[in-house]
Ligand binder design. Sequence first.
Ligand SMILES: Cc1cc2nc3c(=O)[nH]c(=O)nc-3n(C[C@H](O)[C@H](O)[C@H](O)COP(=O)(O)OP(=O)(O)OC[C@H]3O[C@@H](n4cnc5c(N)ncnc54)[C@H](O)[C@@H]3O)c2cc1C
Length: 523
Amino acid sequence: MTSINKATLVGGGIGTLAAAAFMIRDGGMEGRNITILDALPVMGGSLDAGGNAAQGYSLRGGRMLTTDNYECTWDLFKTIPSLTAAGRTVFEETLAFNERHQTHALARLVDRRAAKVGVPAMGFSVQDRMELLKLSGADEASLGASRITDHLSPAFFETEFWLMWATTFAFQPWHSAVEFRRYLHRFMLEFTRIDTLAGVKRTVYNQYESMVLPLQSWLAAKGVVFVPDCKVTELVARSEIDAFEVAAIKCIRKGVAETLVVGDGELVFLQNASMTDASSLGSMSTAPAQHTKVDSGGWLLWEHLAQRRPEFGKPATFNGNIAQSCWESFTVTLKDSDFFEAMMEFTGNVAGTGGLVTFKDSNWLMSVVLARQPHFVDQPNDIQVFWGYGLFPDRIGNFVAKPMAACNGDEILTELYGHLRFDRDARQSVNCIPCRMPYITSMFMPRDVGDRPLPVPKNSRNFAFVSQFVEIPGDVVFTVEYSVRAAQTAVYALLKLDRPVTPITAHDKSLHARFEAMLKLFK
Ligand SMILES: Cc1cc2nc3c(=O)[nH]c(=O)nc-3n(C[C@H](O)[C@H](O)[C@H](O)COP(=O)(O)OP(=O)(O)OC[C@H]3O[C@@H](n4cnc5c(N)ncnc54)[C@H](O)[C@@H]3O)c2cc1C
C-alpha cells in the first residue's frame, strides 16, 4: 500500500475505466476518491453504441475478441458482474455465450460474381512465404519505421491470406511493419484459422452494453465519480525541472472553464488521443461530415505536452495523414428478416456464427458481419441489426459512382446489395447510418522507437498515459486488450504494487502452435 489516496482520469474509454477498477480491486483505493472526466456525454469512448429501433441503431465498431489472448481484459472481467446474466461475471457470460454460438465462417470471401471463394490455401507463392518468414523473424530495431510494403512484394497483397488478415485487423499495405510483425506473433493461433475465424469470441450484445455498462456500474457502486461533457485543455506541471508532476487540470465542463487542483498523493491518468477522434455520423440521406482534429481538438492536449518533453512521444507520427488512417463503418437497422434470411442462405451461417464476409473485389474493400440477434438489449424481436465497413472510403464504388466517403446510407446499401446481387425491395424499411473515422488506424502508422510514450514516462511523479498510443512491448494496438494492459501497467507501477501485470501468453513460443502455423504457411 502507498500514500496515494486520490486519482483523476482524463478520458472515459475502456482504458481508464479499467485503470479505476484496478486501483480499487488491486490497489485498495476507495472508489469515491476516483474521478473520470470525458469530453463526450457518455463514458466508454470508442466502445460506444446507441440509437433505437425507430431512429436506427449505430455503433462505430463491432469487436472480435479471443480467449487465447486478451489476458488483462479477462482478468478484469472475471471480477465484473454481468448486467444481463444474473449470478455470472462478464467473463463467464461471454464464455457460455460463445460455447452456444461458435464462430465457423463458411463465406469469408466473396468475389465480383457474388460467388463464395473457397480458401483451402492462403494463396502464397514461395517468395511470399520466404518474405513472410523473414519479416516475422526480424527484430523491431531493424524494422524501424518501415512499412509492410518495404518487406513484402506486390503479389503478397493479392493473396487470400492478406485479404482475410487485412480486413480482420484493418491493416493497409502502408502500415507499420513492426505492428504487422507483432500481430503475426501475438495472434499466431489466428493465423491458422483466419479462414474460419474459429478463434474469435464475441460479447452477448454490443460491447457498450456487454462490457462498458457492467464495468461502469461496478465502478459507480464503488463510488467512482463520472464527469461527462468535460474537456481537459491543459495539465499544469508543478515544476519545470527534471521530474513531471501534474499540479492542476484545466478543463471546460459543460461550457464553463474550471481548474482542478491536484494535491499531494493524487494521480493523474491521461488518454492521449483516440482512434475515433473527429468521427462523424451520416444518415440515410446525408454522408458523414468530413471532420479533422482541427474540428475536434482531440489531439491538442497530447501535442502540447509532447512539445516540451520528448519522452511524451510524437503525436504527429499518428495524426499526420488522414488519407492513410481513415475508413468508414455503417450500422444497418432492418424492420424485417429478409436480409438476414438471404444472408443465411447465401453464406450457410446462422447470424452470429459467420464472422466477416468480405467482398474481395469491391473497390471500397467492404465487409459485413451479422451478429447474433438481438445485438442491443432493448432491440425488439422483429428488428435486425448488422454492421459493416469499407477500408478504402476514398475510392469510387462498383455499383455507386461515388467514393464511399461521399455516400449516404442509402447509397452504401445500394453498393452492398450490388455485391450480393440481392434485390432491394423499395418498400423495405431500412436505416443505414454511416460513420466516418479519420484516425481509425492512426495507431498503425509507421512509428519509430520513442514515438509512443511509456505508460509511466521516465521522471513522471504522479502521471501516466493510458491509451492505444503508448509503448507496451509485445502487445498489439487496435485492441481492447492494449488499453486494459496499459491501464494495469500504469496502475501497478504508480501504486507500486507488488503484483505482476498479467503476462502475455507466448503462443509464438509454443512448439505446437509454431508447427501448426508452419503447416498453414506451406499448405
Ligand atoms: C471500428 C472499430 C473496430 C474495432 N474492432 C476491434 C476488435 O475487433 N477487437 C478489439 O479488441 N478492439 C477493436 N477495436 C478497438 C477498441 O475498441 C479500442 O482499442 C478501445 O476501445 C480503445 O479504448 P481506449 O480507452 O484506449 O480509448 P477510447 O475508447 O478512444 O477513449 C478515449 C476517450 O478519451 C477521451 N478524451 C481524450 N482526450 C480527452 C480530453 N482532453 N478531455 C476529455 N476527454 C478526453 C475521448 O473523448 C474518449 O472518450 C475497434 C475499434 C473501432 C472503432
